[in-house]
Each structure stands twice: as structure tokens, then as C-alpha cells.
Design a protein around this ligand. Structure first.
Ligand code: HEM
Length: 201
């Protein structure tokens, strides 16, 4: 089943690769007037979608009492990181044109790039420590470390809002989904605390 999830996550990238090949063959045929921006945007859109899907997995597992689906979280999470890296790489090659100084200038002058970089950097330790070995090695600290997904998601949302490329409807949908996922986690925590209180009390 994990390989099916892996294959499904790769579909947007394969479609994008196909579209890029068409664009190279017939310039102007696929991405409109600014293909570079369109490719970077598409990779960004898939990054936020996968980030939200990753966060939804444990919520769905709890609501529908299907704990087994949590085992797909790592695959989807690593794909999120892969799309984020490709989005950054797309930006660095196509928009910053391999210029480190352009990147640094964007990083300090454009708040949406600062927020995007913060989101990407926060995802790095999560990707590195996503294996069972790291989970075992870090014990309880693994959970605390993986709570970095929340500031990463918030930074990503600010990045999208400040980039002002996505429509207001899209940004609201991302924000609304994130708010629901956060709210569900807060409710779960409060309930767990209350249950503990009942047991201890
Ligand atoms: C988890 C991290 C990130 C997420 C979820 C994300 C997501 C997005 C999304 C959804 C868009 C708007 C696309 C649209 O609706 O048109 C976007 C635009 C953009 N992102 Fe990111 N991004 C992330 C990190 C980064 C990083 C690290 C950089 C580069 C340093 C970056 C550079 C850009 C640029 C330059 C645009 C605008 C492209 C244009 O001018 O068309 N992003 N991003």
C-alpha cells in the first residue's frame, strides 16, 4: 500500500515534467506568457497541498478510528519536503538565475521569501529524523521536534499570503484547512488532559 501512496504522490511531478517537455517542444503552448513563474507557482501549490495532506492524516486517523493510515504519513511528509525543495530549486534556477546574491537580496528584502525560507528550513530536521531509527533514538523528544511542522505550516501560509500570487479564495482555503487541523489537535490535547485528570483525581 505504501508504494501506491508513493506512486500517487509522484503524479503531480510527472504531469509537470510532461508539461515542461511539451513547453520545450512547443514554446508558449502550456504555461502561458511566463513559464518560469508558472512552474515555480505549480511546485509551490503542490507543496502546500501535500503539507496540508500530511497534517490531515493523523486527524483522519483519529476521527475515523483508522490508526493504520498514520503509517503513510512519512511517505507523504517526505514528498512534501521533496516538492518544497523542487519549488526552491525552481525559484533559484529559473527566477534568481543561479545568483546567490539575488537570493540573499530577496531573502532580506522580500518578507514572503524570508517566510518561505523559514518554512523550508523548518522542514529539514523533520525530513532527516523521519526514520524509525531516529524516532527510537530521540524517544519523547521526537514528538517535540516534529511539532516544528506547525510553525513550518504557519510560515508557509504567511509566505503564500505575502507572495500575493494565489487568489484570496485559495489562501482562505489553505488558512481555513490549517485552522481546522490545528483546532482538532487542541481539542484532542484538552480531552487527553481532562482524561488524565479524571484518572489521577
Ligand atoms: C514549505 C515551503 C513553501 C510553500 C508551501 C510554498 C508555497 C508557495 C505557493 C502556494 C505559492 C503561490 C503559487 C500560486 O498560487 O500562484 C508560492 C509562490 C512563490 N514561492 Fe513558495 N513556498 C514555499 C517555500 C518557498 C521558498 C523556500 C522559496 C524561495 C526562497 C519560495 C519562492 C516562491 C516564489 C518566488 C513564489 C512566487 C513565484 C512567482 O513570482 O510566480 N517558496 N509558494
Amino acid at each position: 500500500m505504501k508504494s501506491i501512496v508513493f506512486a500517487v504522490c509522484s503524479i503531480p511531478l510527472l504531469v509537470l515534467g510532461w508539461d515542461v517537455a511539451n513547453e520545450i517542444r512547443l514554446p508558449g503552448s502550456t504555461f502561458g506568457p511566463d513559464p518560469a513563474e508558472a512552474v515555480v507557482d505549480l511546485l509551490g501549490i503542490w507543496t502546500i497541498r501535500f503539507l496540508l495532506i500530511t497534517l490531515s492524516i493523523s486527524t483522519f486517523a483519529r476521527i475515523f478510528k483508522r490508526p493504520e493510515i498514520v503509517s503513510f504519513r512519512r511517505t507523504v511528509g517526505l514528498w512534501t519536503f521533496a516538492y518544497a525543495c523542487l519549488h526552491f530549486l525552481g525559484y533559484f534556477t529559473l527566477l534568481a538565475e543561479y545568483s546567490f546574491s539575488a537570493w540573499l537580496e530577496d531573502f532580506s528584502d522580500r518578507t514572503y521569501i524570508t517566510a518561505g525560507m523559514a518554512a523550508l528550513v523548518l522542514l529539514i530536521p523533520l525530513a532527516i529524523t523521519s526514520t524509525r531509527n531516529w524516532q527510537r533514538l530521540l524517544g519523547r523528544r521526537w514528538r517535540s521536534l516534529h511539532a516544528l511542522i506547525y510553525p513550518a505550516a504557519l510560515a508557509a501560509l504567511l509566505h503564500i499570503l505575502w507572495a500575493a500570487k494565489a487568489s484570496l479564495l485559495d489562501v482562505s482555503m489553505y488558512g481555513f484547512t490549517l485552522a481546522i487541523l490545528f483546532a482538532e489537535r487542541i481539542v484532542v490535547r484538552i480531552r487527553r488532559r481532562q482524561d488524565k485528570g479524571v484518572v489521577n483525581g
